[in-house]
Write a protein that binds this ligand. Structure first.
Ligand code: FAD
Length: 493
């Protein structure tokens, strides 16, 4: 195989490493020669993450980006030495865990060193009294959850990518799991951390339930997307495995009814672990076999915990749904959801049919949530080539919600896949920003949302960029992401 024969999407501004043999040998001295590679087959394997448009590129024989080296360190000290070397030589370093990110965060757009975290895979300690687990950051999410379940606990953080994501990846992009209304998002779950800063310093945030010790610096690193530090270890909250689970589902005549019912449930301080509203199109797609749900809006709930509390949560959830025109659909739809909740072939297989698709999750306060949903659907359906634009609501707070849109279409002849893809993204983001929402609820910024950061953050974006500059003056840690927009220029097809 000769990689020169393939079109490289991100080739401009690639770092030129003068003496590759010297760098390889220095990396080998740090991590051992067996833990460094510049073989074509390896660097090709790390050309992208799971951003859907990159799969369209792959099928067209194009490569998103190529790193120069892959390293598999095992200790924070090794990472520290790699970062010191990278600073001396001005070579980008891109943290990479399981590559399930969907916003291009781990794509090595300027080449450099991919720092694969998979050897950081140990579970170090469970503390039953404190209800914590301490583990290395590269551990696979499903391996951690299975281990906890076997010991009688749950971590409560169950993203759809559980099988293909890591603790470090969750922390890096402020992830949200399917059971988040009860257990919280990752920022609620992390209690302590160890990180390596861009210039090689190793820092630790002690495990504590809460502190009043000045600004909480640890929070700066939750959501840093591998640009301010590399997470090597974390202590997370755990909970006793639930004694009981109640599976509840209701079909609502309108989207508004379903939003109103869930809002009222949360207002009563009832937090079902799982709440998911599927708009009418998604209801027909996922629950077409449930007669009562036909052309309606399906909502599934899972209440879990100790039996007495679950019973009360179930009673209040059901009463509130019925008050808001909900039609009870029993346990079967929720059982179906449990069986299919990790299945994503619907969207991930679309590029094989030359369809351009993606998912866009955003956050909104309750007040204009329904208006925002209708505005996004109406605006995007006007775009030539869009065949489908649907949504579900999967994250809930007493004050607002996280929406998850899915689009698919075939670009008109005069547009490339990427131009069409950007047109839809632009339309959704503009609508959301104009109406006061946030451009990402949990997938992060990475490469493809960085262009909107100045609008999302306003003046405070300058402060954020100053912090990046202070911690990473040579801009070697995951450059081209979050603070600068390389997506527009780079991703041409
Ligand atoms: C099918 C599917 C379902 C998904 N479902 C969800 C969901 O339910 N909830 C949700 O929140 N997200 C979801 N995601 C997106 C989410 O980004 C990833 O699944 C995941 O959390 C990223 O973890 P990872 O280990 O794969 O990280 P990667 O993809 O390897 O990296 C993601 C980003 O984090 C950085 N990074 C990785 N490890 C570290 C580290 N140790 N220290 C510092 N930076 C690091 C990388 O540089 C990159 O910027 C889904 C993605 C897919 C493909």
């Amino acid at each position: 195989m000769n990689l020169e024969n393939f079109e490289l999407i991100y080739k401009e501004n690639r770092v030129k490493i003068k003496d590759k043999a010297k760098i390889k040998s220095k990396l080998g001295e740090i991590v051992g020669n067996e833990n460094v590679s510049d073989k074509e087959i390896d660097i090709l394997a790390y050309n992208k993450d799971t951003t859907l448009i990159t799969l369209n590129w792959t099928l067209e024989g194009k490569i998103a980006a190529l790193p120069d080296f892959i390293v598999w360190p095992e200790t924070p000290e090794q990472i520290s030495s790699i970062l010191r070397l990278a600073n001396e030589e001005k070579i980008p370093v891109i943290p990479f865990s399981e590559g399930s990110g969907v916003v291009g965060g781990a794509i090595p757009i300027y080449g450099g060193i991919i720092l694969d975290m998979k050897k950081f895979n140990k579970i170090l300690e469970i503390n039953d009294k404190d209800l914590t687990v301490t583990c290395e950051a590269g551990i696979n999410g499903m391996n951690l959850e299975r281990y906890l379940n076997a010991k009688g606990y749950t971590g409560g953080h169950i993203p759809q990518s559980l099988y293909t994501s890591s603790v470090g990846g969750w922390i890096a992009h402020r992830a949200a799991g399917q059971f988040s209304s009860k257990y919280g998002k990752i920022e609620d779950i992390v209690m302590g951390m160890e990180l390596v800063l861009p210039q090689g310093d190793i820092i630790k945030f002690k495990t504590i339930a809460r502190a009043s010790t000045g600004p909480q610096l640890d929070k700066l690193f939750i959501g840093n997307e591998g640009t301010l530090g590399i997470v090597t270890k974390a202590t997370l909250k755990i909970w006793p495995y639930p004694e009981k689970r109640a599976l509840i589902s209701y079909a609502f005549p309108t989207f508004e009814d379903s939003l109103e019912a869930t809002r009222q449930i949360l207002r009563q301080q009832i937090y079902p672990a799982v709440i998911r509203i599927y708009d009418a199109d998604e209801t027909n797609r996922h629950f077409g076999h449930i007669e009562k749900a036909k052309d309606k809006v399906m909502v599934v709930f899972v209440c879990e915990g100790i039996e007495r509390l679950v019973d009360l949560e179930e009673t209040i959830t059901r009463e509130t749904c019925e008050k808001n025109n909900g039609i009870y659909c029993g346990e079967a739809p929720v059982e179906h959801w449990f069986e299919t909740r990790f299945k994503v072939t619907e969207t991930s297989s679309t590029p094989t049919f030359k369809i351009v698709a993606d998912t866009i999750e955003i956050g909104f306060l309750w007040d204009k949530a329904a208006d925002m949903y209708h505005s996004v659907i109406e605006a995007t359906k006007k775009i030539q080539g869009v065949m489908m634009m649907t949504a579900h609501v999967s994250h809930f707070y007493p004050n607002g919600v996280g929406f998850y849109f899915t689009f698919a279409g075939i670009p008109p002849k005069e547009k490339t896949d990427f131009e069409f893809y950007q047109e839809v993204w632009n339309c959704v983001v503009k609508t959301v920003l104009d109406m006061g929402g946030t451009i990402s609820h949990h997938h992060g910024i990475g490469l493809n949302r960085a262009q909107w950061m100045p609008v999302e953050w306003g003046k405070s974006f300058d402060t954020l960029k100053s912090i990046k500059k202070l911690l990473d003056p040579n801009n070697i840690l995951n450059p081209g992401k979050v603070y600068e927009s390389a997506w527009k220029e780079g991703g041409r097809n």
